[in-house]
Design a binder for this molecule. Structure first.
Ligand code: EPU
Length: 332
């Protein structure tokens, strides 16, 4: 039995039968050839979006593929080939340092490069799909190399083909990003524009935006190195305009944002807070004081404690608003 404690940011104690670290593609091919993936398996990146509610009865593959290469470059753009086991926030810092723009708003997001497209990570008005050129993956059934271009990934809000029909069928090996040498900064998001003004920045740079995002995140979100958590636990519900109109009649100050295709995104943090649950504790699990969308491990929480709290929140929010929250975190 191997402890999964070092491999999940919720800091939950759970065990698996076996863990293999994948440091190169030859090792991956070996695992596939030995038919090891015909049993129960789990691929882990940074473990920042997983909640273990029980031991994992099977093989865990820890992705440790490393390397960043220039795939294409001209005077205006650069395409980087990035191994999927690279740490996302280190990769962002590397691009910011080189003045390659496009992912600076995604600074400090925990996890690996390979996990980023699976749930199409996003923050402060930018999603990983905006700069993703293509993905190289290995098909787990036969070891074949497969390319997914951007549209084939079927990206949506915190969603992609890898959470649906391609789930557990591929090991993402490399992600290609198209970054801009003459970047257009994305500073429209409320919190960012406010800080740019406050700091008196006249013409913001990539590094300014990255630093501001880091500042906002560090103020709002608990550092998983210190307090076990997995970032936002729930997705923000997206409603059809007709459903939204009924809800806003009852709750006129509901925090919401217009989305594409006449949809409206509701702030799940607002729903939880206004259901009176900010700071609420159940067992050793707690709703974060500063950001109600984040659930934290108060010390010795079990995965079941966190899940109980999550279910309680779902129930209370449904009772009050008739909206069902969906977890963003993978619950195992
Ligand atoms: N929004 C805007 N413009 C704004 C403010 C908010 O469009 O100026 C939208 C956003 O689309 C956002 C929603 O309204 O999704 C709510 O925004 P809020 O700032 O309250 O953030 P949040 O819902 O608490 C989301 C992400 C976070 C991300 C922040 C900042 C989800 C589930 N969570 O949180 O991601 O850091 O926005 O962009 O979408 C995570 O996924 O783990 C995570 C921390």
């Amino acid at each position: 039995m191997i402890s999964l404690l070092p491999y999940n940011t919720f800091k939950i104690s759970a065990y698996c039968n076996e863990l293999v670290e994948i440091k190169n593609e030859i090792q991956l091919q070996k695992v596939i050839k030995e038919s090891r993936l015909e049993e129960n398996f789990l691929i882990i990146g940074g473990g920042s979006n997983i909640l273990f509610t029980k031991n994992f009865d099977g093989l865990v593959l820890k992705n440790s593929l490393k390397g960043i290469f220039v795939y294409f470059e001209d005077s205006s753009q650069i395409v980087l080939k990035v191994a999927s086991g690279e740490i996302w926030s280190d990769f962002v810092d590397y691009c910011v340092k080189n003045d390659w723009g496009g992912i600076e708003n995604l600074s400090l997001i925990p996890g690996t490069v390979g996990a980023a497209p699976i749930q199409n990570i996003g923050a402060y008005g930018v999603e990983v799909k905006d700069t993703l050129h293509k993905i190289e993956a290995v098909k787990l059934s036969n070891g074949e190399k497969v390319i997914f271009n951007n549209s084939e990934c079927k990206f949506a809000y915190r969603d992609s083909i890898f959470k649906n029909e391609a789930k557990n069928k591929y090991f993402i090996t490399n992600v290609f990003f198209r970054l801009n040498k003459k970047p257009v900064l994305n500073t429209a998001y409320g919190d960012i524009s406010k800080l740019i003004k406050e700091k008196g920045i006249k013409k913001a740079t990539i590094a300014d935006v990255s630093n501001i995002v880091k500042e906002i995140r560090m103020n709002k979100l608990p550092n998983p190195e210190i307090i076990g958590n997995a970032g936002s636990f729930f997705k923000n519900p997206v409603l059809a305009e007709s459903d939204f109109k009924l809800i806003i009649q009852k709750f006129p100050d509901i925090r919401h944002f217009a989305e594409e295709n006449c949809k409206v995104k509701i702030s799940a943090a607002w729903l939880i807070e206004n259901a009176g649950l900010k700071g609420f504790e159940l067992g050793n699990a707690k709703v974060n004081d500063k950001q109600a969308l984040v659930l934290i491990n108060n010390g010795n929480a079990t995965g079941k404690n966190i899940l109980q709290l999550a279910n309680f929140i779902i129930e209370k929010v449904k009772e009050k608003y008739g909206i069902v929250l969906n977890p963003e975190v993978n619950i195992l």
